[in-house]
Design a protein around this ligand. Structure first.
Ligand code: FAD
Length: 421
């Protein structure tokens, strides 16, 4: 009988989060297996040939593949075992940790991991998820697929397109397709404010005279074999189409940039508790989910706008997974009020260091000068004044929770309040 291979740490997903997690677990002396379903490491960065990666971490603007390569070079020199073209299809808890079923060209294999890091990234919302009426012609792409066609396969997916949604991938593709000679008629956003980073609005739209139309959405598509036109309609504050405001725009493609959702099938199969706000697992400051020994990082935890923070969370998760000893946790809940889109982590483990807890958050709406306040049992432990906050811009803070007495019954609250100028 074949004996199942045993690793201290198994990392699922070889994007920037998984690369950083595998490297830091290896540095802590763990035996590590990194599993990637594609033929090459690097995750989504493989298709992001624009610059803008690594500013926080390396102090310079790098292209996506260049950023990924700095980690791939290191991993190739490390002791990390790498399994490419391998898909983790299921996971279950067992006495030694977690049993994983892997499928690759050699067949089906089961292995055991003492601890597991989920770094499976996120997926794009599709046309089916936003209910557009009409036929089902070719020419409706997610922005990520259009990017893959253009940057990896070398195919032009469109000559004349409409982009729905002002998420970062849509903005980057508006510029990319324009540079390749396509006409981008406009970016249409159902919300009253754009969803992408301010820098992308300027560098990808304004610099290329591509119009951005807010409070408007695509309500219908037309075309038999290939898309021929879309219907665009203004929407009210509840995002309901306003009668009599529709117009028809001729185009051969509709490119959707309407949101990203953490990829969590594997986490769900382990009954890992998820946060309704992030759509990713609930975790503590060491990136451990509510299932002992299961860690999460990168876009599988929450959708990040900067890869630098993805790598930071990967490093944290990998280190914690390598040091995991099945120890008991003492958890306290972190309670953001309604002024946040979300806050990560959602729990503090009092058995681990709490003197520099890294937290990420997004405001739920655009705000002017705003005070962030973090309290423990109604006493302020941290404050920060922001000149402005926008939901697309993720904020990072580091808090020393040892300043005040804290135990499992403590109530940790976060709030955002606009202050006068
Ligand atoms: C178009 C675009 C533009 C961006 N631009 C910028 C920018 O300018 N600057 C910046 O800092 N950031 C940018 N980002 C953000 C940054 O690239 C991402 O946040 C980061 O790549 C996420 O890393 P990740 O490792 O969490 O996920 P991914 O890179 O998505 O990697 C996840 C990996 O997991 C693998 N996987 C998933 N499920 C399984 C499974 N069951 N078995 C095996 N393998 C699996 C996938 O194949 C993939 O390789 C951009 C992102 C996109 C999409």
């Amino acid at each position: 009988m074949n004996k199942e291979k045993l690793y201290d740490v198994v990392v699922i997903g070889g994007g920037p989060a998984g690369l950083a997690a595998a490297l830091s677990a290896d540095e802590k002396g763990a035996s590590v297996l990194l599993i990637e379903r594609e033929a090459r490491l690097g995750g989504i960065l493989k298709q992001c040939i624009h610059d803008g990666f690594g500013l926080v971490r390396f102090g310079k603007k790098m292209a996506g593949p260049e950023y990924a390569q700095t980690f791939i070079d290191k991993i190739e020199k490390s002791k990390v075992h790498i399994s490419l073209l391998t898909f983790a299809t299921s996971i279950e808890k067992c006495d030694d940790g977690v049993r994983l079923t892997l499928v690759n060209c050699d067949g089906v294999e089961t292995i055991i991991a003492k601890s597991l890091v989920l770094s499976t990234g996120c997926r794009e919302r599709t046309a089916r998820q936003i209910a557009i009426h009409g036929t089902r012609p070719a020419g409706v792409y997610t922005a990520g697929s259009a990017q893959y066609y253009t940057n990896v396969l070398g195919y032009m997916p469109t000559k004349k397109c409409v982009i729905l949604g002002s998420g970062d991938i849509g903005l980057i593709m508006a510029r990319r397709l324009t540079l390749e000679g396509a006409t981008v008629i406009g970016v249409y956003e159902a919300k009253p404010t754009p969803s992408g980073l301010t820098r992308n609005i300027h560098q990808c739209l304004h610099d290329f005279n591509i119009p951005l139309y807010t409070s408007q959405t695509v309500t219908r598509v037309f075309g038999k074999e290939r898309l021929e036109a879309v219907e665009v309609t203004m929407v009210d504050e509840n995002m309901c189409p306003i009668k009599g405001t529709s117009k028809i725009i001729e185009c051969d493609s509709l490119i959707l940039s309407v949101g990203l959702i953490p990829e969590n099938e594997l986490a769900e199969s382990l009954n890992v508790a998820c946060d309704n706000r992030t759509k990713g697992p609930v975790c503590d400051q060491n990136y451990m989910t509510m299932q002992d020994g299961i860690f999460v990082c990168g876009n599988a935890l929450h959708v990040n706008d900067l890869v630098d923070y993805v790598s930071e969370s990967g490093e944290g998760a990998g280190k914690s997974a390598a040091q995991y000893q099945n120890e008991k946790r003492r958890l306290v809940e972190i309670n953001p009020d309604n002024s946040f889109l979300y806050v990560v982590p959602q729990r503090l483990n009092l058995e681990k260091p709490i003197d520099s807890v890294v937290m990420f958050f997004r405001s739920n709406i655009e705000r002017g000068k705003t005070k962030l306040s973090v309290t423990v049992d109604d006493k302020e432990v941290y404050t920060k004044i922001y000149r402005a906050l926008r939901p697309p811009e993720m904020e990072r803070i580091s808090i020393d929770f040892t300043k005040l007495p804290i135990d499992e019954k403590s109530v940790i609250k976060l709030s955002l309040k606009e202050v006068s100028k």
